[in-house]
Write a protein that binds this ligand. Structure first.
Ligand code: NAI
Length: 326
């Protein structure tokens, strides 16, 4: 069984080679992303394996169907980069709904701690034998209020970590699920009352640019915004305005709305053309990581294991609990 594997990186190959060993699955790794320009590489394949920044639009879906490709397996949880409605009835698609919510939640806390204790600055200073503490003053997380938007698997894992730090936890979700350490409130209240806001909801039409001028204006002065979910949850230009006006105290971003052409690749030594991203990166109170939150050994192994199971089920035309239904 032939699978065209797009946007392949060395760390993907290690885990996928391990989990396909001894099976009849043959993976053809392509470093390029899946798009209208590259979809031809899938010719002759039974299935396609794709990731967060592959662009699976109507044209790509039509081409895959024309080439006789039977299914798409996403090696991620989110699927905002697929035209799901258009794919319905044409090609089956499965994903990995959960591989390690802890990897993302722990990364969110790592970024928060890095930001509030200025670790990113201290690291560079001491490398240069600069042991001055000027400008490194942080604050305690103990007793601060964190607002979590999206209390699914990752939001819950993050709230458990915050609970361990003795923080007050507010949450907003469309669906209420009980947790004794969390107080659910309306989203506007969350914007008003939180010292730190962490985004853990999916990107949908409803949540696109959830963080914008209007929501930022409701927030506390000095609020910290963490986004490990999807870049387009934030209107980045409005975020920059909020930081420049000192309304926003810091931003910890693992995702960026225009990340698809940049993230996962090495652009050191290049002039990066994206002025919004370069402005963000130049700000002392912004930490950017390149969609790295999921990158732990446990998560990569779980992704490969579940994706291989999804391939087996879709290839044999069986029911698959991880199938995405429009
Ligand atoms: P999940 O499906 O378990 O939880 C999502 C939660 O968001 C649900 O409780 C849902 O009710 C809620 N929600 C949906 N629409 C909402 C709205 N309009 N307002 C508030 N809440 C809303 O998903 P999980 O596993 O917790 O993942 C969350 C997101 O994290 C994914 O959608 C994905 O975008 C992102 N992610 C990022 C990764 C990274 O490496 N940075 C890796 C994996 C996921």
């Amino acid at each position: 069984m032939k699978i065209a594997f797009f946007d392949a990186k060395q760390y993907d190959k290690q885990s996928f080679d391990m989990y396909t060993k001894g099976t009849d699955i043959s993976l053809k790794y392509y470093e390029t992303k899946l798009s209208c320009d590259t979809v031809e590489l899938a010719k002759g394949s039974d299935g396609v394996c794709a990731f967060v920044n592959d662009n699976i639009n109507k044209k790509v879906i039509d081409a895959l169907v024309e080439y006789g490709v039977k299914f798409i397996v996403m090696r991620c949880a989110g699927y905002n980069n697929i035209d799901i409605k258009y794919a319905k009835g044409k090609i089956r698609i499965a994903r990995v709904p959960a591989y390690s919510p802890y990897s993302i939640a722990e990364h969110a806390m790592a970024m928060l701690l890095c930001s509030v204790r200025r670790i990113h600055k201290a690291f560079i200073r001491t490398k240069d034998f600069n042991f001055s503490l000027n400008g490194l003053k942080g604050f305690d997380l103990n007793g601060k209020t964190v607002g979590i938007i999206g209390m699914g698997k990752i939001g819950k894992a993050f709230s458990d970590i915050c609970h361990g730090f003795n923080m007050n936890i507010l949450a907003y979700d469309k669906i209420y699920t009980y947790s004794n350490s969390v107080k659910y409130i309306e989203i506007d209240e969350l914007f008003k009352k939180s010292d730190i806001i962490s985004l853990h909801c999916p990107l949908t039409e409803e949540t696109r640019h959830l963080i914008n001028n209007q929501s930022i204006s409701m927030m506390k002065n000095g609020v910290i915004i963490i986004n490990t979910s999807r870049g387009a949850l934030i209107n980045t230009e409005h975020l920059i305005e909020g930081i420049k006006s000192r309304k926003i105290g810091a931003a910890c971003l693992d995702v960026y709305e225009e990340e698809s052409e940049l993230f996962f690749e090495d652009f050191s030594g290049h002039i990066v053309e994206d002025d919004i991203l370069t402005r963000l990166i130049s700000m002392p109170n912004v930490i950017v990581t390149s969609h790295q939150a999921y990158l732990t050994e446990e998560a990569l192994n779980n992704i490969a294991e579940t994706t291989v199971k999804n391939i087996m089920l879709l290839a044999s035309e069986k029911d698959c609990e991880n199938e995405i239904k429009a």
